[in-house]
Design a binder for this molecule. Structure first.
Ligand code: ARG
Ligand code: ASP
Length: 713
């Protein structure tokens, strides 16, 4: 009896304390199903994923590699975030048709705009191929083992049955403890159907990014086109709208606090099972270093952008992308500290060690935690130097990033020879035009001056390249920018003209290139090999650690870290306590848009048409109690890549569109704390309201299936 009580208590605690998790839809367990039903789900696991009949997964393709989207009509209409469609919307924009500022709506299919290179990928089937991939690898030493695994992967994906227009892709889960094969269909004719103005789709911009309460209509619409057999095809005028196996009906009933919802999509990367020592390194060393670099770059760009409209346009997209993770890392560090993640992990590790001893596994797993400590200590200076190199050279200083592309070109010549060199050179020669279109030398020089100074002072001394040893970085900056040819398209085209030797000689005579080469040589000789060597050991330790966690079951919930594959996460609509005396509600309304309104501001301006609709309370069937819902939050465990994911109600209808997380909970990639981790979604009724009342795109509304699942008949 006592045992039963304890057991029941355990089950109830397990189910009610939402601990997050992003689950493989084909491998949902009894625990998952029970939990979802307890939270209010009315579907079964096979409604979510089924390889043999249509299910929710058939309506949730990956969008262009990095985001998620969902099919919402029988004619292949696709919904995703505004920030996921941003580049496409921007690329169709000119001064005369500024779709970023004014929005874009195709009122007939002929007006939809094709997007070269865009890909939308459906998962047809998921199959566990762990046994085949790990066959004959058990006793091999690490390097050979990895080689054999690669061979097995190639063999299995080559032989697994699929249709000619499909693709097999094998991915690793639980750090190499599980391998799953995905049969995929890649659609390549994707056309832009609609996008609200940025004042709606990007309302609040960087100030509101990663923050709740939120008021963004972060959506855009595309359409998938197929050949006449409904199969993927390259763009062709005569292609036809794709007929999906499933599309999501849209609920007009809205959401209430505590409502069940599941978020279906392609989370990119999480590291939930890092040891405490690794998290400590992130919080104390790596995040602060990266934040400082970006902080400087952003301040400089912002200064220029505020004074000069042309620069503002040139740098808007770059600025947003630098700012996105800059801000995320700050929130992440804050949350990790606040939730005491390092101590929580240390306590877990202690329990783990006790369990290892109790189960008589000391010989296999007994030294894991200590080995982590040793290896993370050893990798620390290399990891820091690597982050500085990536942040300063590869990403945030334009001159250095272009120079690094040339450096890679020269390396290619040395390793692969003339032909590879010429091919890559031609790609660069043509492709760099786009880059220089948005390049401003004065901005770049100032960013360079600051970042090179950080590099020279903060990179561990043994990894400072000769070109930066004991130099006056101010003088270096002006010398480089007075002489280099890497600061305009015309000049770099001259550098890249001639036969291979001539080109190599010319670039090696360039002062900017010489600096990049010194930095890259030092990095590639002194940092990268050692980093890779230690990291290989850490990866092997991590794999063993995950294996042990799975085996000893010391963690109640084990889901595989995100790896850009299809996952389900679920929870409730729920507010949270952000800090002392500060409790956030779970839903926002159009009233909040008007409260934030700053006329003429680039982040918080509101279009007159929206103000008019607000004043007239002209919300049609989309409002609720005289108010227009805008966003809501929930306890689903999401990450980058979940943008554009559908939020689905208990019965399989679309209720929201995921696009972000809350400030206090951005550490959920490393440590999920159910008290403060929340995902942010746009209420689907706001999307419909904008399409219908704001844009008057009745043609789009007519395609949709609008339902009232909560109404009793
Ligand atoms: N934070 C969200 C995500 O990681 C939205 C980013 C887009 N918005 C922006 N201001 N950069 O992708
Ligand atoms: N904004 C993210 C995305 O673009 C979602 C997140 O990180 O929560 O995927």
């Amino acid at each position: 009896m006592r045992f039963l009580k304890l057991f029941l208590l355990f089950v109830v605690v397990q189910v009610s304390a939402q601990q997050g998790g992003m689950w493989v839809p084909s491998l949902l367990s009894g625990m998952n199903e029970q939990e979802m039903k307890h939270l209010g789900m009315k579907m079964s696991a096979s409604d979510i994923y089924d390889a043999n009949k249509s299910s929710l997964k058939d309506a949730v393709p990956q969008f262009d590699g990095g985001c998620t989207s969902e099919v919402i009509s029988p004619k292949g209409l696709l919904l995703t975030n505004h920030h996921c469609g941003f580049d496409a919307i921007q690329s169709h924009s000119t001064v005369d048709h500024d779709y970023l500022t004014d929005g874009f709506w195709a009122y007939k299919m002929e007006d939809e705009l094709p997007n070269e290179g865009m890909v939308v990928t459906f998962v047809i089937k998921i199959e566990d191929v762990t046994a085949q991939v790990l066959a004959n690898t058990a006793d091999l030493p690490e390097a050979e083992k990895q080689k054999k695994i690669k061979e097995n992967i190639a063999a299995v994906s080559g032989s697994f049955p699929k249709e000619s227009w499909q693709e097999n892709s094998i991915r690793t889960f639980y750090e190499g403890n599980q391998y799953l094969l995905f049969v995929l269909e890649n659609f390549k004719d994707i056309r832009l159907v609609g996008a609200p103005p940025s004042s709606i789709g990007k309302f609040g911009s960087d100030t509101d990014n990663w923050v709740w309460p939120r008021h963004t209509g972060d959506f855009s619409l595309f359409r998938i086109y197929a050949d006449k057999n409904n199969h993927p095809a390259a763009y062709a005028k005569e292609n036809v709208p794709y007929v999906p196996k499933h599309f999501l009906p849209i609920s007009l009933d809205g959401v209430k606090e505590n409502d069940f919802n599941l978020v279906y999509g392609y989370p990119g990367r999480t590291t939930e099972y890092l040891p405490a020592v690794a998290v400590e390194q992130i919080v104390n060393t790596l995040n602060p270093a990266k934040i400082e670099v970006r902080d400087r770059a952003l301040k400089i760009e912002d200064g220029f952008m505020r004074k000069d409209n042309a620069i503002k346009i040139q740098y808007a997209s770059k600025y947003a992308s630098i700012a996105n993770y800059w801000k995320k890392w700050m929130g992440e560090s804050l949350g990790l500290k606040k939730s005491n993640a390092v101590n929580v992990k240390r306590a877990e590790e202690q329990r783990f060690n006790e369990e290892v001893a109790k189960k008589g596994k000391t010989a296999v797993y007994g030294s894991l935690i200590v080995d982590f400590e040793t290896n993370y200590k050893e990798i620390a200076p290399y990891a820091l130097a690597r982050d500085y190199f990536n942040e300063v050279v590869v990403r945030n200083t334009e001159l250095l990033s272009v120079g690094y592309k040339l450096y890679q070109l020269e390396q290619l010549y040395k390793t692969k020879g003339e032909q590879a060199f010429t091919e890559r050179k031609n790609v660069l020669y043509n492709g760099l035009g786009e880059f220089y279109k948005d390049y401003n030398k004065a901005v770049d020089e100032k960013v360079f001056g600051e970042l090179i100074d950080i590099y020279a002072r903060k990179v561990p001394a043994e990894f400072i390249p000769p070109a930066l040893t004991n130099v006056d970085t101010k003088k270096l900056t002006s010398d480089v920018y007075a002489a280099t040819q890497l600061t305009s398209y015309g000049e770099i085209q001259k550098l890249l003209t001639g036969d291979t030797q001539t080109i190599l000689n010319k670039i090696n005579n360039d002062k900017g290139y010489q600096l990049v080469k010194s930095m890259a040589d030092t990095y590639l000789n002194k940092v990268a090999p050692k980093y890779d060597e230690i990291n290989l050991r850490i990866t092997a330790l991590q794999r063993t650690y995950i294996k042990a966690l799975l085996e000893l079951k010391t963690k109640a919930r084990m889901f595989p870290d995100a790896n850009s594959t299809l996952r389900v996460t679920y929870g409730k609509v729920k507010g949270y306590k952000a800090k002392d005396a500060t409790i956030y509600e779970s839903r926002t309304y159009l009233d909040g848009v008007l409260e934030k309104y700053i006329p003429g501001d680039y982040e918080f301006d509101v279009s007159p048409k929206l103000i008019d609709l607000y004043n007239k309370k002209d919300y049609g069937p989309y409002g609720e109690g005289g108010k227009m819902p805008v966003c809501f939050i929930g306890t689903s465990h999401t990450t980058g890549g979940n943008s554009g994911s559908p939020a689905i109600d208990a019965k399989g209808n679309l209720i929201g569109l995921n696009f972000d997380r809350v400030w206090e909970g951005t550490m959920s990639d490393i440590y999920y704390d159910p008290a403060i981790c929340r995902n942010v979604m746009t209420d689907i009724r706001y999307v419909l309201f904008i399409i219908d009342k704001f844009a008057g795109a009745q043609n789009i509304i007519d395609e949709l299936k609008l339902v009232h699942p909560k109404k009793k008949r």
